[in-house]
Design a binder for this molecule. Sequence first.
Ligand code: SPV
Ligand code: MG
Length: 551
Amino acid sequence: MAPQPPNIDASASKSQQLRSLLKSTTLEFILEAHNGISARIAEQSGFKGIWASGLALSAQFGVRDSNEASWTQVVDMLEFMSDVTDIPILLDGDTGYGNFNNMRRLVKKLGQRSIAGVCIEDKQFPKTNSFIEGERQPLVDIDEFCGKIKAGKDSQTDADFCIIARIEALIAGWDLTEALRRAEAYHAAGADAILIHSKLSHPDEVIAFANEWAGRSPLVIVPTKYYSTPTEVFRKAGISLVIWANHMIRASVAAMEQVSSQIFLHESLAGIEHQIATVDKIFSLQGADELSQAQQRYLKNRQEAHAIVLAASRGDALHELTEDRPKVMLSIGGKPLLRRLIDEFKKQGINKITVVAGYKAEAINISSIDICLNEDYETTGELSSLACAQQAYHSDMIIMYGDLLFRSYVLSDLLDYDGDFVVVVDSSQQTNSISGSPDYAYCSQTDDRALFKQTVELKHVSEHEAVDYGTPSGRWIGMLRVRNEGREWLDAAIEFLQKQDNFHQLTIPDLLNYLVSQGKKINVHYIHGHWLDVNALDDIDRASDFTRGSA
Ligand code: SPV
Ligand code: MG
């Protein structure tokens, strides 16, 4: 029969869910898990509950299943498992880690950590695994075990918390009568279900027990040794819950052995990469998506801006220096310009950086950036490059020429500046650092150096002095910030301008002028020097001085 759709109410508490599994009229299954990630995998596979196996938990700690790990170490691991899952966890609580008093404290602590139930077995502390010389393992006195069950039930604060009594009589070489006698007593002491354990390779004694027990309380089995039994047999026998008790730890051990021996043997990862989970899969199991959503919610005011760097041009005026690389890869003071730019972005917490490359794009060998190619860089202008990066547009972005050098505060102040479309204008009238054609900026007010954070608007930008607009207020340095509504203006402007015949010649100043013509308010953030761009050979010494802090 195919797996049943979940019939458990997920809004129910974990203990209610476990209780429903035990009382379900159809056969239910839970799977072993031994840490957070295996618990998550079990849940994602569709299991409605988890068996926190003593064998698996001790094995993942690398110790024996003989109460070598302390019960608090077990409970600490359960907390990780419970925190990352919504399905109930049933702890394999061995003997309750001591007498009735230890059991009381265990139940209390499990309740506090949202563990849905505990299964205790009628052996003596310290126990060992049932499959290690099981017949030599002494059972505990029935009355003493009943006292432990009662103590557990009396100390649970959650009415639905389940205590399952596990009978080891068949494991220890006793007969069905002894097993039933014990089951009767444990049931009467308040156990919510009985687990009958067997080490035979066939299910006969478990089925015989089920027939005699006849549904007096839910019945749980662990078919590790009689694994080849068709599940239908358990269904027909009226079993309530099957525990697949150790298959996650055994699967991971087999996989780890295989991978570790291959890596050791071949001294290489090439042969195993395709066999193992991707790093992204691990991130996903760790809940990385949830964290980035939470960051959106809780770090709104510090939302990370993205950067787009225009770096498609050769920089013809630099002659042979750019024969084999674009201008942005020119080394200034021992570091490529682009690397310096990226360092500035990273200082401001900007990690998503898209570089529009064109000329000798293959020479841009910087990791941790996204490259976007303007294949027509020879015949198109800046706006075409910006349009190429449209996939990378974000609700908060810095757009910048790739040949800029600036003091860190320039970018940091721009990031602090309010406004949906902001250009950085240098009011210093400096001449020594501009060898290319300056982008004269005409603004609503000139910078009297006391304007800090006042609203100044851009009226026009142009390569040549534009008499119609009066005296230029400064120079646009090739840096702007676009966010929120500004992003919509940008999209609409590019969509419109792309339809114009001359689109391929347009520059960023053309875009700015178009937006101004459409009545959009472009704010001006004034600076006073402290930047330069690299256009020609003459700039290189100045740029090196600048990086040493002397310009
Ligand atoms: C466990 O999983 O630790 C169990 C079940 O107790 S078994 O190992 O089959 O006894
Ligand atoms: Mg166990």
